[in-house]
Unconditional design. Structure first.
Ligand SMILES: NC(=O)c1ccc[n+]([C@@H]2O[C@H](COP(=O)([O-])OP(=O)(O)OC[C@H]3O[C@@H](n4cnc5c(N)ncnc54)[C@H](O)[C@@H]3O)[C@@H](O)[C@H]2O)c1
Length: 245
């Protein structure tokens, strides 16, 4: 099995690449930068992605993981920044899907996993185009699943919650780590391995009847709105709930 992982130079992508390799795949690591063996390629550059795809040849699995984000209040986001985020997170995933998907279509098999975020279904204030980009990638996931499903290709999305990585250095602040851990029903932050486990499953034959789905690897935080609010049963009800954990 041959797998391409984008944004594999560090963070979650590097761990996904390692996991697929450990499970026996020949892994092509693609990134702007990264350790030796990484193919330098900007996913937003369609011509560069197409050239790499012809060099790499047939692949069985594509993981669209590369992404960027820029913090700013919405009223201060520049058009250039908004576009830059969409260019990598949406157009980049599309470029790779099209370029590596052609060989999958020819062979009539393949699995694509798009790394979205809990910011796809939920607003993520202060991160400009990020939520919009991940919601668009979720929509693209469904479109690929339906349009290419009859031709043997599955496409699913994995949405991480709060995962400390080099790209999320704000978790270096213990205050942020503690506050976010406390908001998660499973009471911890996620790890790249948590995400890689689910990606490896969706990429494998074990998920051969799963397509068009989004699976959130977030310790339950995307379901926890009611827990964040005062309980109609008062503090006692919350305390009992906490004690039951
Ligand atoms: N870490 C989290 O808490 C979290 C939460 C939700 C979703 N995600 C998603 O998980 C994925 C990985 O995030 P991470 O935290 O590991 O990020 P990261 O910044 O640590 O790693 C991202 C990698 O993508 C690469 N990349 C960026 N632009 C690229 C481009 N144009 N072409 C090729 N490579 C490019 C970077 O060089 C980097 O190596 C992203 O899709 C992100 O949106 C992360």
């Amino acid at each position: 099995m041959k797998a391409v992982v984008t944004g594999a130079g560090r963070g979650i992508g590097a761990v996904i690449a390692g996991r697929l390799a450990a499970e026996g795949a020949e892994v092509v690591r693609l990134d702007l930068d990264g350790p030796a063996g990484t193919h330098r390629c900007d996913v937003g550059d369609a011509a560069a992605v197409a050239a790499l795809a012809s060099e790499v040849g047939d692949v069985d699995v594509l993981v669209n993981n590369a992404a960027i984000w820029r913090f700013a209040p919405l009223e201060e986001v520049t058009p250039d920044d908004f576009e830059a985020v969409l260019r990598v997170n949406v157009v980049g995933a599309f470029n790779c899907t099209q370029a590596f998907g052609r060989a999958m279509l020819r062979r009539g098999s393949g699995a694509i996993v798009n790394i979205i975020s809990i910011a796809a279904p939920l607003a993520d204030p202060g991160v400009g185009a990020y939520s919009a980009s991940k919601a668009a990638l979720l929509a693209l996931t469904r479109q690929v699943a339906v349009e290419w499903g009859p031709r043997g290709i599955r496409c699913n999305a994995v949405g991480p919650g709060f995962v400390p990585t080099p790209g999320t250095s704000f978790y270096d602040d213990p205050g942020v780590r503690d506050a976010r851990s406390a908001a998660v029903p499973l009471r911890r932050l996620g790890t790249p391995d948590d995400v890689a486990d689910v990606v490896a499953f969706l990429a494998s034959e074990r998920a051969s009847y799963v397509t068009g789905q989004a699976l959130y690897v977030d310790g339950g935080v995307s379901q926890s709105l009611m827990e964040q609010l005062p309980s109609p049963g008062g503090d006692g009800a919350r305390a009992a709930q906490g004690a039951a954990r």
